[in-house]
Design a protein around this ligand. Structure first.
Ligand code: 13P
Length: 340
């Protein structure tokens, strides 16, 4: 393991104003996204959609890394330039989703665990050869108002994340460690803070036990937020304060950056939350984004599968990236949404 190299890659991804574009939807997930704009999901439509995003002019100022799905890492532009090389040449680190999704955890009703450790070392070696600089593994923590997740459910997911992260660092890929406490459900923000705290404490204890070097990784957590069905929704400032309080308690200062998932928040609200956190002053780590839906929803809406809309789709991605880049400095305001 070359710690200096891992640290340099991790720091470059969360450099000033920059964050991550999560474009690693699996085939069933991208089909769901395409269904919303009535576009058939084929290998070519998926390739073209990603090509529009990856060639969008100007995004390299705000996007330090892009997470790809296995199929996409093997695809190229129309002119035959592999996506990984295109991104690298633009100063954007290509990354790869390596987990194989979540499945029910045996004997732990309501809990799921992420699969994909078998054969992972060999897959990581191949991904590195294909040009990946970092990887992502998502653990899904379901939450209800009472007993889910169980303590063992949290431990099982933390163990999987740590096994994955150690393998990544051994091979020379920066692991993005993603324990996602879901926004679904009716739980309040206080319950989300308790569960997120337990999850982060357990994850860092497992990472440490596995010998993972914190300087050479990134954390991709949920924000501390009320469940979508909770009648009492928290305000922007309350979310920012609860999230930072929780992270400051459980995330070591050695971690270079925190890159939040958007998890079902609207594009505007995800940017507002990020902005509010950065407006609270410097933190031990960079406070940044790794948004999927919150970056791509406006892109899909602009594109609609029509070639004539490609330029508008590029503009939509640049605009969202720029606004999140401003939020990295606490300089975003809602009235910027109206301007082009
Ligand atoms: P969302 O921002 O849409 O939650 O996606 C981020 C991600 O990569 C989930 O694994």
């Amino acid at each position: 393991m070359n710690i200096e190299e891992l640290t340099a890659v991790a720091n470059a991804i969360v450099a000033k104003q920059k964050g991550v574009l999560a474009a690693d939807e699996s085939s069933p997930t991208i089909k769901k996204r395409f269904d919303t704009i009535k576009v058939e999901s084929t290998e070519e439509s998926r390739r073209r959609y990603r090509e529009i995003m990856f060639t969008a002019e100007g995004i390299e100022r705000y996007i330090g890394g892009v997470i790809l799905f296995d199929e996409t890492l093997r695809q190229s532009t129309r002119d035959g330039m592999p996506f990984a090389k295109l991104l690298s040449d633009r100063g954007i680190a290509p990354g790869i989703k390596v987990d194989k999704g979540a499945t029910a955890l045996a004997l732990q009703p309501g809990n799921r665990v992420t699969e994909g450790l078998d054969g992972l070392r060999d897959r990581l070696v191949e991904y590195k050869q294909l040009g990946a600089k970092f990887a992502k593994w998502r653990a899904v923590i379901d939450i209800d108002e009472h007993s889910v997740p169980s303590a063992f459910g949290i431990r099982a997911n933390a163990h999987g994340l740590a096994r994955y992260a150690a393998l990544c660092q051994e091979v020379g890929l920066v692991p993005i460690v993603e324990p996602e406490v879901l926004m679904d459900g009716a739980h309040d923000i206080e319950r989300c803070e308790v569960v997120t705290s337990n999850v982060l404490e357990t994850v860092f204890s497992e990472l440490d036990a596995h010998g993972v070097v914190f300087e050479g990784m990134l954390l991709k957590p949920n924000m501390v937020i009320a469940g979508m069905k909770c009648p009492k929704q928290a305000g922007v400032q309350q979310v920012a304060e609860a999230t930072l309080r929780c992270l400051r308690r459980y995330v070591p200062a050695a971690v270079p950056g925190i890159v939040f998932l958007s998890g079902g928040q609207s594009a505007e609200v995800a940017t507002e939350h990020l902005n509010a956190m950065n407006a609270m002053g410097p933190q031990p780590w960079q406070v940044s984004f790794s948004y999927g839906r919150a970056l791509q929803a406006p892109v899909l809406a602009a594109w609609k599968g029509q070639e004539s809309n490609a330029a508008a789709a590029e503009q939509a991605l640049l605009k969202r990236s720029k606004l999140n880049g401003l939020a990295r400095d606490g300089k975003y305001t809602r009235d910027m949404e109206a301007a082009g």
